[in-house]
Design a protein around this ligand. Structure first.
Ligand code: SAM
Length: 277
């Protein structure tokens, strides 16, 4: 079944699950609460479930959609609602910082991101957004619930891992609500959830060397059953862990985000650089 004007069937390889449940759409729009003058950017508008209510509220919206077949019907359906700009590209190739400079007249140009993301690309999109966190005010994303649980998990949780640590070092992660499969056509196999991410102001980001921090976190969780001393053997020894105030005997899943940051910063001060040569 397709919406009016949209004749193509959903494309599985593009993660197309179109929202149709009005109450869910309204909750997302309320969570975004767009204000005139904001530079709002939607990732993956699809058949416009969130796009058109946002456009009605804001009057202007930029969307990034990979599927060329959706460009003409989106353009036609937006007629009379406001100014819809469609960037027909892979979102991973879009430079959000450049887009913010283009869209926002403000002194420190920023965009707000919103999207019911293609689930097969959710982690790459989140890491891409992190690379441009300074140009982003906030993000309201629909993802698999299991991914949102990982994003928000703390130490000791079974789902605490690389994704949560990387995001929480640079953003506040606020899970908002869960959405059942029946809210989409076709329905996905899993529950979904909406989450808000707010990048920390630059003066609150404690990580000094992002590449080194990313390496430490990747290695620590690469072998999550091992103690930090063993998992991080390529990067540092037990004495260095002790000096950074981090126990070499614990596993990564027990280590708070602040301790990963303290360790990476300690290594940076010791002159360690990312990469093993
Ligand atoms: N926003 C719509 C909704 O809620 O009904 C559609 C959401 S659907 C889960 C994901 C959308 O992302 C699809 O429209 C799909 O074509 C688009 N998409 C998939 N991969 C993409 C990519 N690499 N770059 C931009 N858009 C992409």
């Amino acid at each position: 079944m397709t919406s009016q004007g949209f004749s193509e069937p959903a494309k599985k390889h593009l993660g197309q699950h179109f929202l149709h449940e009005r109450t869910v759409i309204d909750r997302i729009v309320r969570a975004v609460d767009p204000r005139p003058g904001e530079a709002l950017v939607e990732i993956g508008p699809g058949q416009g479930a969130i796009t058109f209510p946002l456009l009605r509220r804001d009057g202007a919206l930029t969307v990034i959609e990979f599927d060329r077949d959706l460009v003409a019907p989106l353009t036609a359906a937006a007629d009379g609602l406001g100014s819809l700009r469609i960037i027909n590209r892979d979102v991973l190739s879009v430079d959000f910082s450049a887009l913010a400079r283009e869209l926002s007249g403000a002194q420190s140009p920023r965009i707000r991101l919103v999207g019911n993301l293609p689930y097969n690309l959710s982690s790459p999109i989140l890491f891409h957004a992190l690379d441009h966190a300074a140009a982003i005010t906030d993000m309201v994303f629909m993802l698999q619930k299991e991914v949102v649980d990982r994003m928000a998990a703390g130490p000791g949780s079974k789902v605490y891992g690389r994704l949560g640590v990387m995001l929480q070092a640079f953003c506040t992660v606020i899970p908002l609500f869960t959405v059942p499969p029946g809210a989409f056509r076709p329905p996905p196999k899993v529950d979904s959830a909406v989450v808000r991410l707010v990048p920390l102001p630059a003066d609150q980001v404690r990580v000094q060397d992002r590449a080194l921090f990313a390496q430490v976190v990747r290695e620590a969780f690469g072998q999550r059953r091992k103690t930090l001393r063993n998992a991080l053997a390529r990067t540092c020894d037990a004495a260095t862990l002790d000096a950074a105030g981090v126990s070499p005997k614990v596993r990564a899943e027990q280590v708070p985000v602040a301790d990963f940051i303290a360790l990476a910063n300690h290594l940076a001060r010791e002159g360690v650089r990312a990469g093993h040569g």
